[in-house]
Design a protein around this ligand. Structure first.
Ligand SMILES: CCCCCCCCC/C=C/C=C/C(=O)SCCNC(=O)CCNC(=O)[C@H](O)C(C)(C)COP(=O)(O)OP(=O)(O)OC[C@H]1O[C@@H](n2cnc3c(N)ncnc32)[C@H](O)[C@@H]1OP(=O)(O)O
Ligand SMILES: NC(=O)C1=CN([C@@H]2O[C@H](COP(=O)(O)OP(=O)(O)OC[C@H]3O[C@@H](n4cnc5c(N)ncnc54)[C@H](OP(=O)(O)O)[C@@H]3O)[C@@H](O)[C@H]2O)C=CC1
Length: 333
């Protein structure tokens, strides 16, 4: 009896899988029933969302602001009136970005060299910022380092490098600025950019997952402790958004991109401009009651990966009829 049931279930699974695969390949090539088409429902809007002038007379520090998502956040804040300071290791990259953005927006963008792993360099960077603009009203901890690697291949220095940039770097910047802001009785909005796997953990990016989880604990803790000094602390967890920095280190051959898009319910990657709009809102006075928030911004990828039955999206209506009939026939346990 048991063998008959297993046999029938096995045959059904085969039928379901092979007809789903046939349908998938007819519609969308070799994999991914849902990729692409539903993205038309979710077009990315690229223009700045907040009213112009929302950041007039405000100073914003964006770490890692010379490239990728940090650059997009800088461009949006600058367009909305902020005076921005971008800080990272590569001064030439920072200066190029600063010139490009300020020539487009008419607002000054300052470039300051800083390796966030070094607390002394961070302290000197904050000295420079104080001299240039005064202490910032908006701090975005966006700088990061990452690469995919089986954990058994990680050297102690590989572990240290990622955790130093992501967790210690964020802590050094946050504590240095926090202390000086408290001394000057000035409030500020702190935002950390983490990732969806800070919550779940993930193999093959274990130093990054561990450090990003630490950043989330740091920001939630300070949201509770430093509200009394006028500071807000929030977190954005982005899903996949194409940047050279991330994709060259996480999917160097491009082999995983299609499978990744297939599992995103909105059928596409995010865009830098979209996350820049969210970061601007969270950092603005329109969000002055938001603190301690963790905002997942991933097109639905996290819940899609989490739900055990989500693969049933590929079951066709005819197959559902069959499955339902089988289930209804079952009596008792
Ligand atoms: C499945 C498809 C996925 C597609 C994308 C989906 C994205 C969704 C989720 C994304 C999350 C993204 C999170 C991010 O953080 S992306 C940000 C990426 N950007 C960067 O990393 C920019 C900065 N990075 C760097 O500068 C370098 O890459 C660095 C290695 C992090 C730091 O550089 P540096 O200080 O110069 O370090 P090194 O001296 O080169 O190396 C230090 C030790 O690390 C070892 N190491 C370096 N690379 C590797 C590697 N690829 N594998 C294993 N080990 C590595 C290196 O050997 C050193 O150790 P030692 O030899 O023992 O001294
Ligand atoms: N793109 C994506 O799909 C996702 C990105 N994220 C997060 O978004 C943020 C931005 O990533 P993204 O734009 O994609 O990648 P980038 O590689 O473009 O950005 C990382 C930035 O961090 C800076 N940086 C690295 N190490 C240091 C350091 N030691 N000191 C100071 N700055 C440093 C780099 O500048 P420099 O080399 O000049 O130092 C670079 O500008 C990161 O926090 C990342 O974890 C999270 C989830 C998904």
């Amino acid at each position: 009896m048991a063998a008959r049931v297993v046999g029938r279930a096995g045959r059904l699974a085969l039928v379901v899988r092979s007809s789903a695969v046939r349908l998938q390949s007819r519609l969308h090539g070799s994999t991914g029933l849902r990729s692409g088409s539903q993205a038309n429902f979710f077009p990315p809007l690229e223009d700045a969302m907040l009213p112009s002038g929302s950041f007039n007379n405000r100073m914003a520090l964006i770490t890692g602001g010379g490239t990728g998502l940090g650059r997009a956040m800088t461009a949006t804040l600058s367009q909305l009136g902020a005076q921005c300071i971008i800080a990272s290791r590569k001064l030439d990259v920072l200066q190029r970005t600063a010139e490009e953005i300020s020539s487009q927006t008419g607002n000054k963008v300052h470039a300051v060299q800083c390796d966030v792993r070094d607390p002394q360099a961070v302290s000197q960077c904050v000295d420079q910022i104080e001299a240039l603009t005064g202490l910032p009203d908006v701090i975005i901890n966006n700088a990061a380092g990452n690469f995919v690697c089986p954990s058994e291949r990680l050297s102690p220095n590989a572990w240290k490098t990622i955790t130093d940039i992501v967790l210690n770097g964020t802590a050094f910047v946050t504590l240095e600025l926090g202390k000086r802001l408290i001394q000057n009785q000035k409030g500020a909005s702190f935002l950390a950019i983490t990732t969806i796997y800070a919550e779940s953990g993930s193999g093959f990016v274990v130093p990054s997952a561990s450090a990003k989880a630490g950043v989330e604990a740091l920001y939630k803790s300070l949201a509770a402790e430093w509200g009394r000094y006028g500071h807000r602390f929030n977190i954005i967890q982005p899903g996949p958004i194409r940047t050279k920095g991330a994709f060259s280190r996480l999917d160097p051959t491009g082999a995983f991109e299609k499978a990744m898009i297939d599992r995103i319910p909105t059928g596409r990657l995010g865009t830098p401009a979209e996350i820049a709009n969210l970061a601007a809102y969270v950092s603005s006075n329109y969000a002055s009651w938001m603190s301690g928030a963790v905002i997942r911004f991933d097109g639905g990828e996290y819940v899609s990966l989490a739900g055990e039955f989500n693969e049933l999206r590929s079951v066709t209506p005819d197959q559902w009829k069959l499955l339902e009939a089988m289930i209804r026939k079952t009596k008792g346990s």
